[in-house]
Design a protein around this ligand. Structure first.
Ligand code: GP9
Ligand code: MN
Length: 624
């Protein structure tokens, strides 16, 4: 062994430091990662280190020649992965994912402009690798080699792991539940680093591919029978009543039903919606059915009439599946389909998932003029968002199906003085207090938007559907909510609070309050039937909200369910009239149905079963 080895610099240290610093420089120069404070900067700086230490650490078990080989090869591969992300980012403003690598359409987009995206200066991205090779070749005398002892190795790996946990600890304080909520890819890269992000992505991928691989389509027959048996005939008076009309779908961020027709400090919370309801169908027993995927889950349920997943966001985990979503169906009958949301397009993986849902256009951040003045909290203010969106609407070919996703009424419900139209509530809970002025602000935004639609002559040609995406006030705030509602928030009340507003405005139709127990899952068949599109053959768990004899029943993603007279949650059956526990036998008849629905829907998603779906074939199965 070379005794003086320890006084020289080990190759592993060269490689780690060079690649670490390069990664940080690339973060800062080649990606647009928004940093809000020094802690985030620190996280960004340290996040590549533990991964690099662990990978290069394998060389500690090797002899000199293999050490050099492993370090050089892994340094090259890691640099190549980083560079591939840089090139991808130049075009898509996004990070690579495994499904994206297999998305041939994306790749062909990229392929045609590869010349523009790659240039000689890019050799810089391999500068550390070149330097490393040069050191090995020309300055071997500066490199210290040694055989590492067990203690050395143990200490080394302990340090690497400690660093990884330190990183995760910092992340938890900055962005709680980052991994379980699987946020934006930018958020993942920013927090756990680009390399760990890829490992995580591969993990997600292999998990879902295994489940997918085991499916063969035979599972569809049972599900098909169940769905056919439960299919709801549309209301013949309303079927096709909005044929060829535009569809304007508005997703209201965090808006729950309890704010409708309600006041705070004596002031109306949603004065516009309260009026609008009078000339629309208003569903006051309509529940959200979202899980961890929040807004994206609500989009998923509404567009597919399938349930989201019990963990993770289906927008992330199953964006490569085959679906038969509303935009897809409407494209086929000549509609132009678009989603409008002034946020980063990769948030919730929308840019990828929207393609699977059939959206022809996604108007996201670059389609809006976003400035400090027109932003608050999570991004662009709703009034400005709608204002600028009208221009996009005017340019769309008609009929269109356009979905708008609002943002201002998002936790932590920040609002500038100039936009506060009512006073906050006055409990000792800031979140609950501030919720009301932001809801009021969004109400104003909708009012102005509808006025604009009238000015532009779009109002009479469109059906307008407004729904709340999910709760805004979580169970952490039960005390202050109880104070506001004047009643203790029991599990029964808490489940009832999962109601979100649903308003369907059809030109020429009188207003009506429809109390049918229903959920976001019912929107797809309802919309399609209004447009005169048959859904008999579709795989949907929802039922037309306007059908005469619909079953009053809805299942929430946590397994709770609600019927006309009963509500089941956390192993207890409640009588709705009193809110008191009832005998569990009252809920029994629906227990199995609730479970079956969720299970069947999960099966479809995990097995990607709709890829086996061919209408004619299933018809044959049924006829046999
Ligand atoms: C972000 C917006 C909010 O684009 O949809 O997401 P959420 O946190 O409500 O799921
Ligand atoms: Mn939301």
């Amino acid at each position: 062994m070379d005794k003086s080895g320890w006084s020289k610099i080990p190759l592993i240290a060269f490689a780690t430091v060079l690649l670490w610093l390069k990664t940080y420089i690339v973060y800062k120069t080649s990606f647009d990662i928004k940093i809000e404070n020094w802690k985030q900067e620190l996280i960004l700086f340290i996040n590549p280190l533990s991964f690099l230490m662990l990978i290069f650490g394998i060389s500690l078990f090797m002899k000199k020649k293999n050490q050099t080989r492993l370090i050089l090869i892994s340094s090259f591969i890691i640099s190549a992965v980083l560079y591939a992300n840089v090139v991808f980012y130049r075009f898509f403003n996004d990070f690579l994912t495994v499904p994206v690598l297999f998305q041939t359409s994306n790749m062909s987009d990229l392929g045609s402009s590869v010349n523009e995206l790659v240039n000689l200066v890019d050799l810089f991205y391999f500068a550390d690798f070149i330097a490393l090779a040069a050191i090995i070749k020309f300055m071997p005398q500066h490199i210290g080699y040694r055989q590492y002892s067990k203690v050395n190795r143990r200490t080394y790996f302990l340090i690497a792991l400690a660093l990884a946990f330190f990183n995760l600890g910092l992340v938890e304080t900055e962005r709680p539940q980052l991994l379980t909520r699987t946020f934006d890819r930018e958020m993942l890269v920013k927090n756990i680093g680009t390399y760990n992000y890829h490992i995580y992505d591969i993990f997600l991928q292999s998990k879902s591919s295994a489940q997918r691989a085991l499916a063969d389509g035979s599972e569809l027959a049972d599900i098909d029978n169940y769905i056919r048996a439960n299919h709801q005939q549309p209301n013949p008076d309303l079927f096709g009543i909005a044929k060829n009309k535009n569809v304007i779908l508005i997703s209201l961020e965090s808006t729950q039903s309890f704010v409708i027709n309600e006041t705070v400090n004596g002031q109306e919370i949603t004065p516009f919606l309260n009026d609008f309801i009078k000339e629309s169908y208003y569903f006051n027993n309509f529940y959200h059915q979202t899980g961890q995927g929040k807004t994206s889950d609500s989009e998923f349920v509404v567009e597919n009439s399938l349930y989201p997943l019990s963990r993770g966001a289906v927008f992330f985990t199953h964006s490569g599946n085959e679906y038969n979503a509303t935009p897809d169906i409407l494209n086929k009958i000549g509609y132009f389909t678009a989603s409008l949301h002034a946020n980063n397009k990769s948030f919730w993986n929308r840019d990828i998932m929207y393609k699977s849902l059939g959206y022809e256009r996604f108007y996201s951040m670059p389609d809006y003029k976003i400035s400090e003045e027109n932003s608050i909290g999570w991004g662009m203010k709703d009034i400005d968002f709608f204002d600028q969106s009208v221009q996009h609407l005017k340019e769309m070919p008609e009929p269109f199906y356009a979905k708008f996703i609002t943002l201002t009424n998002h936790f932590p419900f920040e609002l500038g003085e100039e936009d506060s139209l009512i006073e906050p509530y006055t409990s000792d809970n800031k979140t609950v207090n501030n919720y009301f002025p932001t809801v009021r602000y969004t109400d104003e935004a909708i009012k102005l938007f509808i006025e604009k639609l009238k000015d532009e002559g779009l109002y009479e040609d469109s059906i307008i559907i407004i729904y709340g995406d999910h709760y805004g006030i979580s169970e952490n705030h039960n005390k202050a909510m109880g104070e506001f509602l004047g009643t203790e928030v029991t599990p029964f009340v808490s489940t009832q609070l999962q109601r979100v507003p649903l308003i369907i405005h059809i030109p020429g139709q009188q207003g009506k309050v429809i109390p049918t127990v229903s959920g976001q899952i019912d929107l797809k068949p309802t919309i399609l039937h209004l447009l005169g599109v048959d859904t008999k053959e579709d795989f949907e768990f929802g039922a037309d909200l306007l059908a005469d004899d619909r079953l009053e029943f809805t299942v929430l993603r946590d397994g709770s369910f609600i019927t006309k007279d009963y509500l089941y949650t956390r192993d207890t059956c409640y009588e709705k009239a009193t809110g008191e526990p009832a005998d569990v036998s009252a809920c029994d008849p629906y227990m199995e149905k609730a479970k079956t629905e969720l299970e069947y829907s999960d099966k479809i998603i995990y097995g990607d079963l709709l890829r086996f779906y061919e209408q004619d074939e299933l018809q044959e199965i049924n006829e046999e």
